[in-house]
Design a binder for this molecule. Sequence first.
Ligand SMILES: [Zn+2]
Length: 685
Amino acid sequence: MSAPLLENLSLPAFDQIRPEHIEPAIDQLLEEHRVLLICLLEKPGARTWETLFQPLEEQDDKLQRAWSAVRHLHSVADNDELRRAYNACIPKLSDHETALGQNEDLFRACKALAEGEEYARLDSARKKIIDNTLRDFRLSGIDLGPKEKDRYRELQQKLSQLQTRFEENLLDATHGWTRPVTDESLLSGLPDSAVELAAQTARRQDRSGWLFTLEYPSYAPVMTYADDREFRREMYTAYNTRASELGPNAGKWDNGPLMAEILSLRQELATLLGYNDYAEYSLAKKMADTPQEVMAFLHDLAVRSKSVAQRELAALETCAAEEYGLKNMQAWDIPYYAEKLRQKKFDFSQEDLRPYFPADQVVAGLFSVVNRLYGLNIAPRQGVETWHPDVQFFEVRDERDRLRGSFYLDLYARPHKRGGAWMDECVVRRLHHNAVQSPVAYLTCNFTPPVADRPALLTHDEVLTLFHEFGHGLHHILTLVDYAGVSGINGVPWDAVELPSQFLENWCWEREALDLFARHHQTGETLPADLFDKMQQARTFHAGMHMVRQLELALFDFRLHHERRGQDTRDVQSLLDEVRRAVAVVKAPPDNRFQHSFGHIFAGGYAAGYYSYKWAEVLSADAFSRFEENGIFDTATGRDFLHCILEQGGAREPMDLFVEFRGRKPVIDALLRHSGMAPDTAIQA
Ligand SMILES: [Zn+2]
């Protein structure tokens, strides 16, 4: 790390991105790429890293930086013009990828480099990039005949278009339904925060009364607290039929036909490349080796957790029947009565914690946690152009005051912004003319926004989400790898990528960490001991039901891409029904169309990979258990995690990195113990 830093790297000028300029700009970058490639391959002489990979990485970086800003805007500040420009570029970028992956001359040049003398002299990061590149040539169909190559290109292009449409339909369906309320009695049971948010939403649309939406901060409190059963049913149905052939907007943004087409094109793609199915193809780049290994892992967890989940549900039904006279519990009753039971059992509501989690304070506390763990100092930088006034920009410096990277933080839900929370790359760390290009991340959440003049008060779940995404952000930012292909999260197998994120969530449950930031927004007092105890006791409340829900999603996704059955929407539904019969305990109503909004697998990168969350949780829980043994702010353990995992990017195999940190291979015990499922709970810190 002797190279100087590019401190004043130019960041995207968001206010200057005009939709009509996007396509010509991308066209030009693609053309430059094509011309460069021809020049590089025409040059006589032996191939070296400097004459082949480095100039390509340089050009690729320009394209990635331009495109990631556009992709980001498409996610957080969507409008019709931007959408048109984005969609015009999608097939071109897909074709560009395919053309590179199928370029015979480039393949031969890479192979020559891999087999030549220089390879042995390269460091492990560059070797890994060359190895990955050769693997990816095969996965892009380099060995296929000309006709099959064409078909591969068509499939990829079509898939990228369909996946984008899936996401856009979901966004439109989410924002395409609202529920005005003028009868105050419907608000019974709702916490003030939810009522105020609904009033604010109504005011912004010049309406009287209250307006509820399908954005999560509006939807979730209704499901958890609204006493009016019919109101809950109505919201549940609207939410769980989004983008489907059923529900209040039936057929308007139906993702059904897209899903069927996506699945059948994925299957064709996998077969074309010589795999039995898309699950096998997906595992070619993952830590897990075979579909059998993944299925066995998920089944094992299902066996361990289903009876726990059944007992939890039975207790919930008994409580609802005995205390509230409820018969025939439905899906829209479960969060509501679960919250009632939680309050009865632990004398504690999710809402009780909110006043202790003002957003700014939580963000500052998060920074203190990573200061103690990794010696980082994080400070805002003013004057950086963003896409919305709520967005902040921060710089991350290490204990030697070196700039390690920076990030945008966009916390609150708003219209035209995709739901959920995620981290995305803006700039990737790499060497650029012998200086380090420091990484920049986008951290996006959809938290309850500030209402009136009160600060945004987060739920504990939202605090967990922030820590989770920040864990991804640190993985991207703290890398010391100097080559884009394996720096940060690049080149990290997908089923290991959730390790740093789930790992950081653990600090949200620790007294010592919470004391750094959980303070009442009005009185300034820290979290009272009894509230903390209740929160701890309630941690594993319904852990079995949560576990089987995650397994339901993981098994549905994996079997959907592994079993070669029919692939129309009826088959998708029947598989989901089958998985639910096997692992779920909560009965979904017949018109539940959750799968139509399962963007992770139909629009995101989790196809045949949703199991990654549980897979990586074994790693993250086990990694954290070393902190439980040594102290959660033990400096040596923190620095080991930084050096062994966060700084390494994708340059080495995740299993090797884990063993280096933990001193042994991962075991499942810590995950089970954290989920309240281990028979042995002796090692409580
Ligand atoms: Zn994640």
